[in-house]
Design a binder for this molecule. Structure first.
Ligand SMILES: Nc1ncnc2c1ncn2[C@@H]1O[C@H](COP(=O)(O)OP(=O)(O)OP(=O)(O)O)[C@@H](O)[C@H]1O
Ligand SMILES: [Mg+2]
Length: 443
């Protein structure tokens, strides 16, 4: 590790240098802020140890320069006794840590390691986010989400159909747009279609277009969503709502990559990427014969299941800051921040409405926050939905079936009624699970 030691006192500088070199650090030194700026401009360091009071440019000036230059490097302040006020100011300006002179060399090593570990983590995270090509509107910091995005970026490069599942408000559409942006057709259009909101009678002409005179009211030729999305991405949202007869037609177009407008005779070739999304359990829909199995396999070439927001604590924090910034600016409160207890409360909340709900909660909180901090009571979570009541084993005289029923119910709900996964968690076969569901009246 390469460390820059900045101090105007030769004694201090040299003793730190000698000690760190014995500890196998690679050490550079600077006599003041100006000197440090010069060194930092020409060499890459992993850490800066700096005194505060120095001639020419002092420690505060140096920190300011480092921030403005955008150099991501942890800074540890070594200040003299009595400079506590100064040290606090430096910490507020972004220093990682501070030590007062004279200090215990082992303590210094400890703090340095901690700074570098945290610093290294931040660096790798930034690289992650950069290499993922995330824009301002997709926030992801939780490892769960970063992994999904890494896979999504990879899948985007292929032309395979992609299915995005996850409950309401988890960011399925945001994700679909991300895949489009990362794909080879990113210069083409991104066309979202909400299949849940198109009346069944219009679905075919909306999707595939129609010729003039195809039906009463069709007084003009019209291109459908498929043609509009040509050379781009067609986002079929709420695919689980698609009527069965339309599913057949969709399957045919996906297989042949050609379509016929309603009332038309020619086959029009289409070249596009399909991304479908649903908050339904499509496997279940297939089982219940409400969704065609062949279409399911066509769409489910690559699958991304977005986790619920409560399973991504780091995203709760990052998204909160993001929304606070957004609404704070809109409402003329640009300095708003979140108090520690308020953040805790958010991280303990179960967010049935996921990111969309968090966005609403923060918007409301920004309205109610009078000073610069959002407090717990601004979140309005008093009507918080209780987490599912869990079994109290302290309860007396429970019969075994009651415990079994409660537990199966809990796992079913955790697995969003997916029976295959539930059976897996419970360590029983699917058939056994289905039998128990019937016997215990869990339907
Ligand atoms: N990772 C994210 N970063 C920033 N904003 C997000 C993120 N995920 C979701 N949002 C925001 O939350 C809201 C809901 O997201 P989106 O519409 O993508 O969810 P969805 O899964 O499609 O929901 P539904 O199933 O209800 O259609 C949107 O306003 C979106 O901008
Ligand atoms: Mg959606």
């Amino acid at each position: 590790l390469k460390v820059l030691v900045v101090d105007d006192e030769l004694n201090v500088r040299e003793s730190i240098r000698k000690f760190l070199e014995i500890e196998k650090f690679d050490v550079g030194t600077a006599v003041d802020g100006n000197d440090a700026v010069e060194k930092l401009s020409s060499e890459v360091f992993d850490l800066v140890l700096t005194d505060l009071r120095m001639p020419n440019m002092d420690g505060h000036g140096l920190m300011e320069w480092i921030n403005e230059a955008g150099i991501k490097i942890p800074i540890i302040i070594i200040s003299a006794h009595g400079d506590i006020q100064d040290a606090v100011k430096a910490m507020k300006a972004g220093a990682f840590d501070y030590l007062t002179k004279p200090f215990d060399p082992d303590e210094l090593i400890l703090r340095m390691n901690r700074a570098v570990e945290t610093g290294a983590f931040q660096k790798s995270r930034e690289i992650d986010q950069m290499s993922l090509g995330l824009k301002d509107d997709l926030i992801a910091e939780d490892p769960l989400m970063l992994e999904i995005l890494t896979n999504a970026k990879q899948a985007a490069a292929s032309f395979a159909s992609i299915l995005i599942t996850g409950s309401s408000g988890t960011g399925k559409e945001v994700m679909a747009r991300y895949i489009h942006e990362q794909s080879s057709v990113s210069n083409g259009p991104f066309v979202p279609v909400n299949l849940g909101s198109i009346p069944e009678s219009l679905a075919e002409s909306e999707l595939f277009g129609h010729e003039r005179g195809a039906f009463t009211g069709a007084d003009k030729q019209r291109r459908g969503y498929f043609e509009l999305a040509n050379n781009g991405t067609l986002f079929l949202d709420e695919i689980g709502e698609m009527p069965l007869n339309m599913q057949v037609k969709l399957l045919r177009v996906l297989q042949e990559r050609k379509l016929q407008r309603v009332g038309g005779t020619i086959q029009i070739p289409v070249h596009l990427r399909i991304i479908a999304a649903t908050n339904k359990n499509l496997e279940e829909e297939v089982r219940e014969k409400r969704f065609r199995e062949d279409l399911f396999y066509r769409l489910n070439v690559v699958r991304f299941e977005l986790p619920a927001l409560r399973e991504r604590p780091k995203d709760i924090e990052a998204l909160s800051s993001f929304f606070i910034q957004k609404f704070g600016k809109l409402m003329g409160k640009p300095d708003l921040s979140l108090s520690e207890p308020a953040l805790k409360q958010l991280q303990n909340y179960d967010f049935p409405g996921n990111v969309r709900e968090l966005e609403n909660i923060i918007e409301r909180a920004c309205i109610f926050a009078s000073d610069s901090q959002i407090q717990s009571n601004h979140l309005g979570l008093s009507t918080m939905r209780p987490l599912e009541k869990e079994i109290e084993f302290t309860e007396q005289n429970l019969q075994l079936w009651e415990i079994e029923k409660a537990y199966i119910k809990k796992v079913l709900s955790e697995q969003r009624s997916n029976r295959t996964k539930t059976a897996e968690v419970l360590g029983i076969s699917r058939q056994t699970l289905i039998r128990k569901i019937q016997e215990l009246d869990l339907e």
